[in-house]
Ligand binder design. Structure first.
Ligand SMILES: [Fe+2]
Length: 386
């Protein structure tokens, strides 16, 4: 998405005859785009037609089970209580849901090799909290590690390899595309000087895997909360080349350069991604505010129009007491929240923040799933009482 990129072999002119070197015919061109013909798109070239469905197997309903649809309670979910599971998709636990997105946690133990996966409804953001490996896609591979955001556009066929069994992922499935914030970009899309990251920081797909293989290849396709299984006649990674703007990419939270000031900077300085329905921010280690009378802890604030989700990754989260790795807090819109008792006083005179966290602010209220209630500590809303 973020920059023009190409891999492998492509013809000199789009939509023209692209002959296979062995004289057996032409490669098959596919436009891979979103938002009709108005959004990001790539052109890819297959050895075989990408339309060869052999069988349509059973579908599985994976609609998140909503337990609490309308709620006004601050929550703390103990994320590491999510049970690890072998399978990449089975391991996903949806926790917070609205019409625009699904926010969840996963602890997959095994690489995904038995089938391929495609989310036809949503762009996926996978934040790698624990583990490392390789995201393997139709349009190239991305080696990932702790701290990486992986952005996988809707419709991308992929598998994923993990180096070990100990993996923890915070994920968001977004029904609208995940972009870099508009205000960081100039008229042509280049990131501006005030952006907290630049194009050099991106992990672009490389190492295009091209398989010319006939057989029975299952692609599990998520659409409208159903997981459909389709059997294709050729290996889905049969692409010899592509170019364009629509492809998976990565970005390390450790490459986010924090913007600091004399007095407390508001959350938008931490913004990392935008969509039509939520923003994603990265809270990274940084120097604290340096006005002689600065109060580095945040002021109380009324996020009246959005629900605020914070996933705690590492370090000491200065505004809160009793927060550990893997916790998720939910501060629902409609009531103010702020630093825990003592946190404001504690922050005065401190020089550095060591926190690492990912925040998702949704513009529509979130609903809690049954699994979220099982992770909820049930008493967090009381944590401001002195
Ligand atoms: Fe907040």
């Amino acid at each position: 998405m973020p920059v023009y990129h190409k891999l492998g072999k492509i013809p000199a002119k789009r939509h023209t005859q692209f002959e296979k070197p062995d004289g057996s015919g032409l490669y098959y061109e596919q436009l891979f785009g979103t938002i009709g013909f108005d959004g990001m798109a790539s052109l890819m070239y297959h050895i075989h037609r990408p339309t060869q469905v052999m069988q349509i197997l059973d579908s599985k309903d994976i609609t998140p089970k909503i337990a609490n649809a309308q709620q006004l309670m601050m929550r703390k979910l103990i994320g590491f209580n999510v049970e690890p599971k072998e399978d990449f998709l089975d391991s996903r636990v949806p926790l917070l849901v609205n019409k625009d997105c699904i926010i969840g946690l996963a602890a997959p133990q095994k690489s995904l090799r038995e089938y391929f996966y495609k989310n036809a409804d949503s762009d996926e953001l996978l934040f790698i909290h624990k583990g490392s490996g390789t995201l393997r896609t139709q349009l190239g591979n991305i080696v990932f590690e702790y701290g990486d955001y992986l952005i996988i556009p809707r419709g991308m066929i992929y598998q994923i390899d993990f180096d070990t069994t100990d993996n923890r992922i915070f994920y968001v499935e977004s029904h609208s595309p995940i972009y870099t914030p508009k205000r960081y970009r100039n008229y042509f899309g280049q990131l501006l000087e005030h952006s907290p990251y630049c194009e050099r920081d991106y992990k672009l797909p490389s190492t295009l895997e091209t398989h010319d293989e006939k057989g029975e290849f299952i692609i599990k396709i998520k659409k409208q909360n159903q997981l459909h299984s389709l059997v294709y006649q050729y290996h889905p990674f049969d692409v010899v080349g592509f170019d364009g703007y629509n492809y998976p990419w990565g970005f390390s939270i450790h490459n986010f350069e924090p913007i600091t000031g004399r007095i407390h900077q508001p959350p938008p300085v931490h913004q990392t991604f935008q969509t039509d329905a939520f923003v994603v921010c990265s809270f990274c280690p940084r120097l604290f505010d340096y006005h002689p009378k600065a109060v580095p802890a945040p002021y109380n604030h009324s996020n009246i129009d959005s629900d605020e989700v914070i996933y705690y990754v590492d370090g000491d989260f200065m505004s809160r007491n009793d927060i550990a790795q893997g916790h998720i807090t939910l501060h629902p819109g409609g009531i103010p929240h702020g630093p825990a008792p003592g946190a404001m006083e504690r922050s005065i005179g401190k020089k550095e923040a060591h926190e690492l966290a990912v925040m998702v602010d949704t513009f529509r209220p979130l609903q809690l799933t049954e699994e979220a209630l099982q992770l909820d500590d049930g008493k967090y809303f009381h944590s401001w009482i002195e």
